[in-house]
Design a binder for this molecule. Structure first.
Ligand SMILES: C[S@@+](CC[C@H](N)C(=O)[O-])C[C@H]1O[C@@H](n2cnc3c(N)ncnc32)[C@H](O)[C@@H]1O
Length: 222
């Protein structure tokens, strides 16, 4: 009963202010262990693979950077990097670690869409496992594309739903999954360097054991 009441309250908060709800939610997740990174410190393979395609002095954006595991890698590679997340706790952990390691990262607490309204262009925009939280994905993808320099990259990882039932179940938890093939379609005017939809490994974080239909894409602007 308490769980049900809590989930109704959460849905109301999520509807009222999605970015604030997510920021608060991730603040509490990232606060649980101050000395540990919830998502670990190892960069995502798609990030390390795509970094190899970028010229040395590239300027890159890590959108929805969390506590910064991918930003740390990109900074170590020598790229000029901006990192953005709605979680103030995530950004603080990123800044503390970057300072300790002597890494140059321009980090900011912001909603991704708002940041993109008013930023410079980047040679690559990384958006790793964030788009499933965004209802108006098309709008944010358009902004990511327009903020990318010519021949620059968009590197995206997110989740898709195999069928309407899974999509609805995810929606009840505030997740907006792509349809299969949808992300690729949104980038049909770019060169797709890599695209994969694949059932991921079983995961045990959160309440239930689960696995996602993951989408990973590297696309290059003409
Ligand atoms: C699953 S975590 C992934 C974090 C990081 N990209 C990584 O791979 O470790 C998703 C992150 O997206 C952030 N996020 C969700 N919606 C956002 C939004 N509208 N603007 C900025 N960040 C957002 C969350 O706060 C969270 O840190």
């Amino acid at each position: 009963m308490i769980n049900m009441a809590q989930s109704v309250i959460d849905s109301a908060k999520r509807l009222h202010s999605p970015a604030k709800f997510l920021g608060d939610n991730y603040n509490s997740i990232y606060s649980k262990n101050k000395n540990k990174f919830y998502w670990g410190i190892k960069p995502y393979k798609l990030v390390t693979d795509s970094a190899k395609l970028l010229p040395n002095s590239s300027k890159v954006l890590d959108l929805g950077c969390g506590e910064g595991k991918n930003s740390f890698y990109l900074a170590k590679m020598g790229f000029g990097i901006n990192s953005v997340d709605v979680s103030g706790v995530g950004i603080k952990k990123l800044q503390d670690f970057a300072e300790k390691e002597g890494l140059m990262i321009e980090a900011q607490v912001s909603d991704a869409g708002l940041f993109l309204n008013n930023c410079e262009n980047f040679d690559a925009v990384f958006c790793i496992n964030m788009l499933q939280f965004i209802k108006q994905k098309n709008r944010i993808i358009k902004k990511m594309k327009s903020r990318t320099s010519h021949h620059g990259l968009n590197v995206i990882a997110s989740f898709a739903a195999e069928n309407e039932k899974k999509k609805k179940m995810a929606l009840a938890k505030g997740r907006y999954l792509f349809d299969t093939g949808e992300l690729k379609e949104r980038y049909k005017d770019w060169k797709i360097l890599f695209y994969e939809e694949k059932l991921g490994k079983w995961e045990t974080h959160g309440k239930t054991r689960h696995r996602h239909l993951t989408i990973r894409m590297i696309a290059q602007k003409p």
